[in-house]
Design a protein around this ligand. Structure first.
Ligand code: PEP
Ligand code: MG
Length: 882
């Protein structure tokens, strides 16, 4: 297939595939074709990147001719020539993957400059200062990106040059100053690399193309891919495009803009710009950018003129472009533009990253505006992102010890200990600390620390700085550009408003207002009204699968119901046994050496269990409640620490030696594959008998007292054979019969099984002859199918993901290819044996959107997720059904 696609003018490619051209390339071609002002250029496809890596980092043989043809295309339109000392063409070389990876990959600007063409640029532009400034920028960027030289040497040279002149700002430097600095930069390159800076534009171009490909495999790009489940084999495209200049004086500018507010979703143009600057200046957070609209500037009380005020005509044209783009793409767009001497150029458009709140508002608003349908609105919101909305915000009534205020770069509230670098943040978070990453400015290298942190605070950078964009994407609260902070990273101290805070001290961020506070500020639960409720109602209308919750307390059950749960899919009864008041009775039961002894201890637990179930049936009135009988190995209830033995022994009325002996007896090498699940019920049927009795007594009592009809579904864990299930069902049915006779009332109930062992999946046809429902326990099913321990896998799974063995952690997102087959097969065999058998999933995957898509495809009746993930599951189930 074609390796190079052209854009700009009549030659614009008809190809629009993001897989092939990358997001940036596809959208440049699209914008060019709808008549927007796009500087001409060409895109080298992602397939070339893949081939480059497959081929030992060699370019395909005939790529050179295609690239030359691409350059000729740009020359034809611009009338400039690449390497021509009289009228030189300069190009940008930019990466562009299928999905945008803000700041993760490399870019080279002003390429084509050398000792001769810089003179041509002086002539052509009539602006020597601009030309020499561009050349020094190019040398520094090329040296960094392509040659791997550190910024620091160049920055130091610039600082010294300014000091010598007594200058404070870069803008004070004259043409002659830049020219002198260029000579120094060239010398630095030669000194550091042992070779002169490449003067041949073609060599420069190939160097930059190679560097863009190489940046696909950079550490930070890999981390970003892992966090966002982006496969390594996608590769990146390379876009080579004629340069336009935002740094040609005060009629030139550059900016980034969103067609709606990416933080709130409000329908207002939103963005930042800088007069007389290049694009990198805005996003890199070096100069603090200005507001785009007058309204935004006035609201912030800022002085420097907005673009609307400074360049009213160009701004009006930009507004028309925004409208064209929104109607064309039918989505909020994130745009990069440059104004070169009054002429507007579009450099990029893409669907804009936004907070969950903004995503909701934009989807609901666009449906109301008739731009998209309600079904499309449902499709537009990433279920995982709802997480941001379901979490607490700062209590407005709580006192706030405000230290300073920055930009509200990513909403939400977070408290945590100050950490001054990404590695420390990651380390502290790994030890369970809540951490706020505090940086002068973040660079893409900080991404692992940002992910580990609860919130991010930077002293520099605007709303569209990398820190802000990445934080919004991750759903981390972020306050950026808090200019009042003086951060001394080396001394690990932060000075603000005459106070000093050291590493480890707690601060709170309000990413919605930009406030930074000392100490921890109390939070409030979110209110699930407005756009959220509207969109969820649309989702519920199209959803086929039911959504239940995993809950074992009435409180959790209530939260889940408020979030829209339609039943309990998994009530793990062992959690009820850990309660301080009961654990003693549980231990007595374990320590008893006879059935009578165990029954005596169990009798103490019966009334407690009955109370648990009654409370849950009360909350879930009329909705199904799946209760799983005891699952974990018994030794989990015994102490492990030496200092606890004496106390436990006394409480349970046994000697310390007897306790230790019993703990020893129960010790297992592989407890996950040991004496657990229904194996407990098989050896100690009295445990399951007590639990079943508690369930039915509670159900009868609730029915008698409230008139509601509880819907118990009793679930047997870790079944491998039908005989196991039959024995346990016998225990449950016998208890039911006895209770119903005592109470003089019958309750409808089901007895079913979890499918969490490969054998159970394979034998599902037989098991379904007895079992009335299946619930896929995909945590155990994943563990037993892949043979990877769910408790120990953390140590190597990240490497497995990095090396592309798994695209995502199979305990987070279902291994559809492998484990999925067992689920499909079990569903099919189960249905064949028992028409209409109820099928659900209750592993962690029940709250994961991609896994939920698989469940829909497999025709499961419901998914069950933890309470806070219930809305995520409702939305994902709706999207899966569309
Ligand atoms: C499962 O194995 O998927 C499951 C839900 O049970 P647990 O996580 O309690 O083992
Ligand atoms: Mg399990």
């Amino acid at each position: 297939t074609k390796m190079v696609h052209l854009f700009g003018g009549a030659a614009t490619t008809a190809e629009r595939s993001k897989e092939l051209l990358g997001g940036k390339g596809a959208n440049l071609a699209e914008m060019a074709s709808i008549g927007l002002p796009v500087p001409p250029g060409f895109t080298i496809t992602t397939e070339v990147c893949t081939a480059y890596y497959a081929n030992g980092e060699q370019f395909p043989a005939d790529l050179a001719a295609d690239v030359e043809n691409g350059i000729a295309h740009i020359e034809g339109i611009t009338g400039k020539r690449f390497g021509d000392p009289a009228n030189p063409l300069l190009v940008s070389v930019r990466s562009g993957a299928r999905v945008s990876m803000p700041g993760m990959m490399d870019t080279v600007l002003n390429l084509g400059l050398n000792d001769k063409t810089v003179v041509g640029l002086v002539e052509a532009s009539g602006d020597p200062r601009f030309a020499w400034d561009s050349y020094r920028r190019f040398i520094q960027m090329y040296a960094d990106v392509v040659m791997g030289l550190d910024h620091a040497a160049f920055e130091e040279a610039l600082e010294i040059a300014k000091e010598d002149k007594g200058f404070y700002l870069d803008t004070e430097m004259t043409a002659e100053d830049w020219q002198a600095l260029v000579l120094e930069y060239l010398a630095i390159v030669e000194r550091e690399t042992g070779a002169p800076f490449p003067q041949e534009p073609k060599d420069q171009l190939w160097g930059a193309i190679g560097a863009v490909f190489a940046s696909w495999e950079s550490d930070r790009a890999k981390v970003y891919r892992r966090l966002n489940s982006i496969p390594g084999e996608w590769g990146t495209a390379v876009n080579v495009q004629a340069m336009v200049f935002g740094n040609m004086g005060d009629t030139s500018a550059t900016g980034v803009a969103f067609t709606r507010d990416p933080a709130t979703g409000e329908r207002a143009w939103y963005g930042e710009w800088l007069i007389n600057a290049q694009g990198e200046d805005v996003v890199a957070g070096i100069r603090t950018p200005q507001y785009l609209t007058r309204q935004a500037r006035e609201k912030a009380g800022a002085k420097p003129l907005s673009m609307e005020e400074a360049m009213p005509e160009t701004f009006a044209e930009l507004g028309r472009v925004f409208d064209t783009l929104e109607t064309h793409y039918r989505d909020m767009q994130d745009i990069e533009f440059t104004v070169e001497r009054g002429k507007l150029w579009m450099l990029q458009t893409r669907s804009g990253k936004r907070t969950a709140k903004a995503a909701l508002k934009i989807a609901v608003d666009m449906a109301a505006e008739g731009l998209i349908s309600e079904e499309e609105a449902v499709q537009r919101v990433d279920p995982g992102a709802l997480d941001q909305l379901l979490h607490p915000t700062l209590d407005p009534k709580a006192p706030r010890d405000v230290l300073t205020k920055g930009l509200p770069a990513s909403p939400g509230a977070a408290s945590g200990k100050i950490m001054f670098d990404a590695d420390s943040a990651e380390k502290a978070a790994g030890m369970g600390e809540a951490v706020i990453l505090v940086r002068v400015e973040t660079s893409p290298e900080d991404i692992h620390g940002m992910h580990a942190a609860k919130g991010i605070l930077t002293a520099r950078g605007g709303m569209t700085s990398h820190a802000a964009v990445v934080a919004r994407g991750m759903g981390r609260p972020c306050v950026s550009g808090a200019g009042g902070l003086a951060i001394d990273g080396a001394a690990r101290v932060l000075r603000v408003a005459g106070r000093e805070l050291r590493e480890g001290e707690v601060i709170t961020l309000d990413g919605s207002t930009g406030e930074v506070m000392a100490g921890e500020v109390p939070t409030l639960l979110p209110e699930l009204v407005g756009d959220f409720a509207t969109l969820m109602a649309w989702a519920d209308r199209v959803r086929r699968m039911k959504v239940r919750t995993n809950a074992e307390t009435p409180q959790d059950a209530q939260v889940a119901r408020d979030f829209g749960a339609e039943g309990i899919g998994l009530c793990r009864t062992e959690h009820m046994f850990f309660d301080a008041a009961r654990i003693t009775a549980v231990r007595e039961m374990i320590l008893a050496d006879s059935e009578e002894g165990r029954r005596a201890a169990l009798a103490k637990l019966l009334s407690e269990q009955r109370g648990d179930f009654a409370a849950i049936f009360g909350v879930m009135a009329g909705l199904p409640v799946t209760i799983r009988l005891l699952d974990p190995p018994l030794h989990e209830f015994l102490p492990t620490r030496e200092e606890d033995f004496a106390e436990v022994a006394a409480a349970a009325g046994v000697g310390i030696e007897a306790l230790k002996a019993r703990a020893n007896e129960l010790h297992e090498f592989n407890p996950m594959l040991g004496h657990r699940g229904c194996r407990l019920g098989v050896t100690y049927p009295e445990i399951y008998e007590m639990q079943a009795r508690a369930i039915f007594e509670a159900a009868c009592d609730v029915a008698a007292e409230s008139g509601a009809s509880p819907v118990p579904e009793v679930m047997i864990p870790l079944v491998a054979t039908r005989r196991e299930f039959d024995l346990m069902k016998g225990v449950v049915d016998t208890a039911a019969k006895a209770v119903f006779a005592e109470k003089g009332r019958e309750i409808d109930y089901l007895v079913g099984t979890m499918i969490e062992l490969p054998r159970a999946a394979l034998m599902a046809g037989e098991i379904a002859q007895s079992a009335e429902f299946f619930s896929f326990g995909t945590n155990d099913l994943t563990q037993t199918t892949i043979g990877i321990s769910r408790d120990d896998a953390g140590r190597f799974l990240t490497q497995y993901v990095d090396k592309g063995i798994f695209v995502t952690d199979p305990f987070v997102s279902l291994d559809v290819e492998g484990v999925g087959q067992l689920i499909e097969l079990a569903a099919e065999r189960g249905r064949a044996a028992r028409v209409g058998i109820k099928l659900g999933i209750c592993g962690e995957h029940g709250g994961d959107a991609p896994s939920i898509h698989f469940c829909e495809k497999t025709g499961l009746d419901y998914v069950s997720a933890s309470p806070y993930r219930v809305p995520i599951a409702r939305l994902a189930a709706a999207q899966a059904a569309l």
